[in-house]
Write a protein of this length. Sequence first.
Length: 117
Amino acid sequence: MTWWCYIIRCKDGSFYTGITNDLKKRIEKHNAGKAAKYTRNKRPVTLVYKELCENKSSALKRECSIKKLSRAKKEELIAKSTLIVEIFERTRNSFKQFMKSLPAVEDLPTPKTEGDE
């Protein structure tokens, strides 16, 4: 089973850190006021950080370590994560453009083998 450790930014600017095995559903529950008591009166919330974990135990450990971080360190973690995602997206888009610029396989010349002359 896939587990996630996540940080959401609440309407008042505060952060909430939690874990889940269904990230989309958990964020929906936070925004419906049916998740954590802390976030009920701080809606809407926005997912600002997510980290894939091996199992529930590792997700709980990561959650605990994130909760111990200062606000500044949490913001740094979020910023670095966002930057990595942006770099990945740009790289992926560049790669897609590069692949589109290559000729189709059927348009490539057939390589000559021994005996072909």
